[in-house]
Design a protein around this ligand. Structure first.
Ligand SMILES: [Zn+2]
Length: 290
């Protein structure tokens, strides 16, 4: 199955609440996923809105994820750790109320520490967090995102290692971030194959994939750009996913948000049409190609 959505309230949606954004994603864009952004500090969501979102998403089969605030450091000082735990816990509790599948987090920074030591610290913090979530009966999974800058913890290998060491956590595969961090390594089908090969030990049944174009230099991401402006092609990735019948959710985190989510959809449907020989396709229906 392929799901497609965008990170945040669609730019073209006049209402600026998450509730408005979700209804718009389903009714106007006809997409079936959304990642709700709690990224600007601590966003407080009223129970009423969370409940509406829960019911609407369930009735309309829209898969939800939540992105926790950006400024989190699970390798930081005790004080930073406490603040990070607080933000993530709140995000996860709200995510759970909405019925979201994942709460996405940026793991943290190396600071002056070695990569190895940072990995240990992050793993320890994630374990602690996982226990806190369990205690609070939160069943939304922690998603550790791959990061696009050298000084930020979160190469694909590091994220996989954390997920291997902490049960029930999943990697959030930011293809644009991986592409930037490896200085543009994702160009061909084999390059994407390598990513999935690395993920294999985690035995994932579903992949949460972030997509965006990205400007980078020397293995560092500068900023996100529209998918078509970047140099990471989508087709080899889509072809691979269709061939392997992977269960994926694509979240556009391009500056064009929903416009690029729709672009992803068109590309997926183009790939389906190529396989079926028909002139129409619906990204939700893969029955004829499987
Ligand atoms: Zn992120």
């Amino acid at each position: 199955m392929i799901r497609i959505g965008q990170a945040g309230i669609p730019l073209s949606c006049k209402g600026r609440t998450n509730k408005d954004g979700l209804v718009y994603t389903k009714n106007i864009l006809d997409l079936n996923a959304m990642e709700i952004q709690f990224v600007r500090g601590l966003y407080i969501m009223e129970d009423e809105e969370a409940e509406f979102i829960h019911d609407f998403a369930k009735e309309n089969d829209v898969e939800l994820h939540v992105h926790a605030p950006y400024y989190i450091n699970l390798a930081g000082t005790d004080e930073e750790l406490d603040l990070s735990f607080e933000k993530i816990l709140y995000s996860a509790q709200t995510a759970s109320k909405m019925g979201a599948k994942t709460v996405v987090i940026h793991p943290g920074y190396y600071g002056d520490e070695s990569e190895k030591k940072t990995l240990k610290r992050v793993t320890k913090s994630v374990k602690k967090l996982q226990n806190m979530l369990k205690k609070e009966k939160v069943n939304t999974k922690l998603g550790i995102e791959t990061m696009g800058k050298q000084k930020v913890f979160g190469s694909l290998d590091e994220v996989i290692e954390v997920c291997q060491n902490v049960k029930d956590t999943i990697p959030v595969v930011g293809m644009g971030h991986i592409h930037a961090r490896t200085n543009g390594s994702l160009k061909k089908r084999e390059d994407f194959e390598e990513v999935f090969e690395k993920l294999k030990p985690l035995k994932l049944k579903h992949y949460l994939i972030h997509l965006t174009g990205v400007m980078y230099e020397n293995g560092n991401e500068f900023y996100h750009v529209p998918i078509k402006k970047g140099d990471m092609p989508l087709m080899p990735l889509i072809d691979l996913i269709l061939d392997k019948n992977y269960d994926v959710t694509f979240i556009s985190e391009s500056p064009l948000l929903e416009h690029d989510a729709v672009y992803i959809r068109l590309q997926v449907e183009k790939a389906i049409m190529k396989r079926t020989g028909r002139e129409e396709a619906d990204y939700r229906d893969l029955s004829e190609i499987v």
